[in-house]
Design a protein around this ligand. Structure first.
Ligand code: GAP
Length: 482
């Protein structure tokens, strides 16, 4: 666990986990490329997630929907209209807020007399507008420069960190539009998906009709989502392109108590993070969304938060979305998405509980949690769970200029390669090779030396303790707990 995100960012770059996107062309903000180590770790997270939530359960099935979908999907979900607010970001704590909410909350907390004392930029705000704002305590219809001028007039500080360090306010929609077709004027508007969730809703009927599922059941999906985020900083915590792992769990609210189901998913998420990923309990907490913060269709939303070096932040959201999404898609598509209940003879529209996580955010959490500085041995160690380590076993010949050692080490490497994620390294002195493996989190480093040629044993070095043991080659795989 580290206190400064820069240490992890530097290690991620130095050791091939994550590079800034388009780096040789000066970079594109909020985009990242995954290197040899990062791609292995991300793949392991995705596979573990799928295994835990889909493969090991009877009541979950998976899909993989298109990343590009009709604009009508996003009209129905409310994303095309709902994400077009003027937003402002606190540069200090990354709080993002609707700028009209920020100002109106301030107006509500202050008397008109007090508000009237402010000096404002009259080239942007007329006397008439100013008077209207302070008497009605509403800012509807104002322009972005007018919002900013009001914030400056009262020095409205961030409600979260109380600093006055805002970006200019800007109107934006989080969705990325794509224009399909090559003939100008005949192109049709589509969007890169802003969440994988909608893929599950629009395929609900397909899945019901083509598989043996019955309520309650869930549809799961992992894949890329895209959001035109303006917040910068904190590495891959918030990016414009990211991998999500989402589940829409459908149920009949008359037969299944949503509170019991909600509890079940809370406990599944907690178990996954603590037991499967090995994250310490003390770095995790639940946060219940307030009424204002919660989406209007959600009855309950809770975030599982992790104590990142920049504070406790959302890792994973859990929301009871009611029947909002299926109803919206029924309305906009005209397709009946209700389910016939053979017991009651009635049709119902299922309700939904949704656990939604960012896989890249899990990756960042894992690296922050595993990052350790061993001051005694002067090394940085990534104490990754062996099943997550990008390289699980590294194999070295003691020296690279003795063919008999190199051949024997090659033999050991070939034996282990089908059984684990392995790496071969014969370059440089052995101490440096160990330090490199420590930094990428390799739990075992095996060295073939002169004794190996005599008794078929090798040295196994343990990453966390740096202790070494001799183990016979034939027992190697069983010895390592991978
Ligand atoms: N379908 C619901 C939904 O997408 P969300 O809270 O917007 O809810 C779910 O996103 C999760 O996806 C978050 O908890 C976070 O882990 C991840 N996430 C959201 N936006 C992200 C971004 N811009 N970059 C990286 N991860 C993001």
């Amino acid at each position: 666990m580290i206190s400064n995100i820069d240490d992890v960012v530097s290690l991620m770059k130095r050791r091939g986990f994550v590079y800034p996107g388009s780096e040789i062309y000066g970079g594109v903000a909020n985009t990242y490329d995954y290197g040899p180590m990062g791609v292995e770790l991300l793949r392991s997270i995705r596979n573990l997630w799928w295994d835990f939530f889909v493969t090991r359960r009877e009541d979950l099935v998976g899909i993989e929907a298109s990343m590009i979908s009709s604009h009508r999907v996003w009209d129905a979900s409310g994303h095309t209209s709902g994400f077009s607010d003027a937003m402002i970001d606190c540069k200090n704590c990354q709080l993002r807020k609707r700028v009209d909410h920020l100002i109106e909350e301030y107006l509500d907390q202050h008397e008109v007399k007090e508000l009237a004392k402010a000096s404002y930029d009259s080239s942007i705000i007329s006397e008439e507008i100013f008077q209207k704002v302070i008497t009605t305590k509403k800012v509807e219809g104002l322009s972005l420069p007018q919002f900013d001028a009001l914030i400056r007039a009262w020095s409205i500080s961030c409600p979260s960190c109380h600093k006055f360090d805002w970006t200019p306010s800007r109107k934006f929609n989080l969705l990325f539009p794509v224009h399909l077709g090559i003939i100008e004027g005949e192109q049709s508007l589509a969007y890169l998906r802003g969440e994988t969730a909608q893929g599950m809703f629009i395929n609900f009927k397909n899945v019901m009709d083509t598989s043996r599922v019955k309520l309650p059941f869930g549809i799961a999906q992992t894949g890329k989502s895209f959001r035109n985020e303006i917040t910068l900083g904190n590495s891959i915590f918030r990016t414009i392109e990211f991998d999500q792992g989402e589940i829409e769990y459908f149920f009949d609210p008359d037969k299944t108590d949503w509170k019991v189901l909600f509890e079940h998913w809370c406990s599944q998420m907690w178990t996954f993070v603590t037991k499967e990923l090995g994250i310490k309990d003390e770095n995790l907490r639940w946060r219940v969304h307030s009424d204002e913060e919660r989406s209007f269709y959600s009855k309950e939303t809770q975030d599982l938060e992790y104590n990142f070096p920049f504070g406790f932040k959302e890792l994973w959201g859990l929301a009871y979305r009611t029947d909002y999404d299926l109803k919206q898609h029924m309305l906009h598509s005209g397709v009946d998405l209700s389910v016939f209940d053979v017991e009651t003879g009635k049709r119902i529209i299922p309700h939904v509980i949704e656990p939604a996580v960012g896989l890249n955010r899990i990756l960042l959490m894992i690296l922050c949690d595993a990052y350790t500085v061993d001051t005694e041995k002067k090394r940085t160690v990534l104490k990754l769970h062996p099943k997550l380590a990008p390289v699980q076993v590294a194999v070295f010949p003691l020296v690279s200029n003795k063919p008999e050692l190199v051949d024997k080490a090659r033999e050991v490497h070939a034996m282990l390669k089908p059984l684990a994620r392995t790496a071969w390294d014969a370059r440089g002195n052995i101490g440096k090779r160990y330090l490199y493996q420590d930094e990428i989190g390799t739990p075992y480093a095996i060295t073939v030396d002169y004794q190996t040629l005599e008794d078929e044993t090798v040295t196994v070095r343990h990453r966390d303790t740096a202790s070494q043991e001799r183990v016979s080659i034939e027992k190697l795989h069983a010895y390592m707990q991978l």
